[in-house]
Write a protein that binds this ligand. Structure first.
Ligand SMILES: [Zn+2]
Ligand SMILES: [Zn+2]
Length: 195
């Protein structure tokens, strides 16, 4: 049985218990991950694992990572410029969440080890990690008006875009030989910023 089919079958059972295995394409390192997620308990778990300040810190980091992407008018895209924050600025954000910078540094290190964030640019910056993409895509899309990939539903920053209706795909998620949009049949544009 191939992997995709095995996961589909597993998900049919897991969903009954509030779990899903999500396939997540991570744009920043061009890799595909399979992330085991807890759909129902996510909010509750986050609350019990993180303190209120840590939770605030987490969302502050997300906001400052996404901000340059939202504000940019460039028609090219790269992670270190458009979807990242410098490590020092990230550590400094801890203060805004009433956490000391030293503790903030430790927390960020843990979050990187747990794939919530990911180091890029010779480790001088951090961007969103695969776990954040898997578990917080819905939040990112709602809160910041970002696009969801038509195929995998994970937030999509850069990829293939319909020339008319704004539908997006990660480049890896678009079935090969697809040249027109499945929603409106207009031609698709490659290498686009999806927002
Ligand atoms: Zn996708
Ligand atoms: Zn379209």
């Amino acid at each position: 049985m191939d992997r995709e089919l095995a996961i589909m079958n597993a998900n049919q059972t897991l969903r009954g218990y509030g779990f899903t295995i999500k396939k997540v394409f991570c744009e920043s390192n061009d890799k595909t991950f399979y992330v085991f997620t807890n759909e129902i308990e996510d909010a509750l778990t986050a609350k019990s694992v993180l303190t209120r300040n840590e939770n605030a810190f987490y969302y502050l980091l997300i906001e400052s990572i996404v901000k340059p992407f939202l504000e940019s008018n460039d028609d090219t895209f790269n992670f270190s410029e458009h979807l990242a924050i410098g490590i020092t600025s990230a550590n400094n954000l801890a203060r805004k969440a009433n956490i000391t910078i030293i503790l903030g540094e430790k927390i960020i290190k843990n979050w990187i080890n747990q794939y919530w964030f990911q180091k890029i640019d010779s480790e001088s910056k951090i961007t969103l990690g695969v776990r954040t993409l898997a578990q917080k895509s819905g939040y990112l899309i709602r809160k910041y008006g970002l696009s969801a990939c038509k195929h995998c539903s994970i937030v999509c920053f850069h990829g293939v875009k319909c020339s008319k209706c704004n539908v997006c795909w990660h480049e890896k998620c678009l079935p090969s030989n697809t040249l027109t949009c499945s929603s409106c049949s207009s031609p698709l544009l490659m290498d686009q910023i999806c927002k």
